[in-house]
Design a protein around this ligand. Structure first.
Ligand code: RNT
Ligand code: ZN
Length: 419
């Protein structure tokens, strides 16, 4: 399709939405302001550069597609390609194990300077940064416990790591002029039914209090806490459950992180957003796609993704919600995985913004559920795909599947040449 053809189709589609009072130009301006926090760990199957440990902590990557990044330089190059195929300016979400340094440094010794390479790179590319302490894949986490470990020395190690992580986050925020969200997730839990469900939670609570004791400028760093229902090897009990962190987050003014894969298999996070929004100042999302378990499949354009987007748009939660992605698939090209999942997330937001929200709300209030259903169904075949293409074009990224050629060429020239 030529630019002129696309433009003509765009004008026609715009007119269809305008009939329902939807100002497509304004929608595209709003969409361009939304930042997605793309996770670095899809690029190398959550290995990082600090240690040679197996991935642990109840999470797992499957697949051995060639070409995973082996260094910060390779990961940056892969990320540059991915970001060049995604419309808009976004953020990169780093984990502590991705320190860009030649020093042999353990997690309780990390400092902002170990991430200077990332800060410079983010500046150069106009990106924000988010951060995560890495409380897994480490000898001190080998029995599955970190911040709630019964041994005070091991607890202290992880507390120190998390404290330092917050300072690194604050450094990112200060350097880049964009708030960094530092998210704490720990795998702690038991494979089988524990006798004492309380004591580990008491220890986790006390450890978190120590981690968050130092006040940091909220313009630079915001803390988040991420819950989980179960993991591989922690099927019976996870210390940091949803109730635990919902309580902790509300009492201590922390962002509560909802990961789409961390609940019962038929439980959705979209349904939780309206309630949480009433009691918190903000939410962090880990948009993921669980399949039968917390499998972290690449995010597709499915019902739950669209429901999440609708909830954020309908209730005006975009200003206070930090949208992060969390998936890792080693069975397909890893750059493509980023592009697919991130483009889908933006596309879902666009589609949600193109809803006749006022009209639907009015129908619902009047008890006219016929109109509510009819309109929602008809809108499913409205030409939002044309609007999406026009958006990609004006943001200077490939339209439709043409991005795939760029990834295939890169795979051939760069990724397949990696050992
Ligand atoms: C694990 C959590 C956590 C991790 C990342 C790597 O179940 O979802 O967010 O996926 O920190
Ligand atoms: Zn997560």
């Amino acid at each position: 399709m030529t630019t002129q053809e696309l433009q003509a189709q765009y004008e026609w589609a715009k007119g269809l939405y305008a009939r329902h009072g939807i100002d497509v130009e304004r929608v595209l301006d709003e969409l361009a302001k939304i930042k997605i926090s793309m996770h670095c760990w899809q690029g190398d199957d959550v290995k990082g550069f600090l240690f040679n440990e197996e991935l642990s902590g109840g999470i797992s990557v499957t697949g051995n597609y060639p070409g995973a990044a082996r260094s910060a330089a390779e990961l940056k190059r892969d990320l540059e390609l991915a970001f060049s195929l995604i419309p808009g300016k976004h953020k990169l979400n780093l984990h502590a194990i991705y320190a860009d340094t030649d020093e042999k440094v353990d997690l309780d010794q990390l400092e902002p300077r170990h991430f200077q390479g990332w800060v410079d790179w983010a500046k150069e590319h106009g990106l924000g940064l988010d951060f995560n302490p890495t409380c897994f894949s480490h000898p001190k986490a080998s029995d599955g416990f970190t911040l709630s470990h019964p041994d005070p020395e091991i607890r202290e190690f992880w507390i120190e790591h998390c404290k330092r992580s917050r300072r690194i986050g604050a450094y990112f925020g200060e350097q880049l002029g964009q708030t960094c969200v530092t998210n704490v997730w720990v795998p702690d839990g038991y494979k089988d039914k524990p006798v004492d469900q309380l004591a580990p939670r008491q220890r986790l609570k006390a450890s978190l209090d120590a981690v968050f004791a130092e006040p940091l400028n909220p313009a630079h760093n915001l803390d988040a806490v991420e819950s989980k229902l179960f993991g591989l090897g922690s099927e019976a009990y996870v210390v940091g459950s949803h109730e635990f962190y919902m309580g902790y987050g509300m009492q201590n003014n922390k962002l509560i992180c909802l990961d789409a894969g961390h609940f019962h298999p038929t439980e959705t996070i979209s349904g939780k957003l309206s309630s949480l929004s009433l009691f918190t100042d903000g939410i962090l999302l880990h948009v993921s796609r669980p399949m039968r378990w917390d499998s972290d499949h690449v995010v597709t354009f499915d019902d739950e993704l669209q429901d999440i987007a609708r909830e954020l748009v309908r209730h005006n939660l975009l200003g206070t919600t930090h949208i992060g992605l969390d998936f890792f698939d080693g069975s397909i090209n890893r750059v493509a995985a980023w592009v697919i999942g991130t483009r889908n997330t933006i596309k879902a937001l666009l589609r949600a913004m193109l809803e006749p929200a006022d009209r639907l709300r009015q129908a619902e209030l009047q008890g006219d559920y016929t109109t509510r259903l009819a309109l929602q169904e008809e809108f499913k075949s409205y030409p939002f795909g044309i609007i999406w293409d026009a958006y990609c074009e004006r943001m200077g990224v490939p339209t439709r599947e043409s991005w795939l050629d760029r990834v295939k060429a890169y795979e051939e020239q760069v990724q397949l040449k990696r050992g």
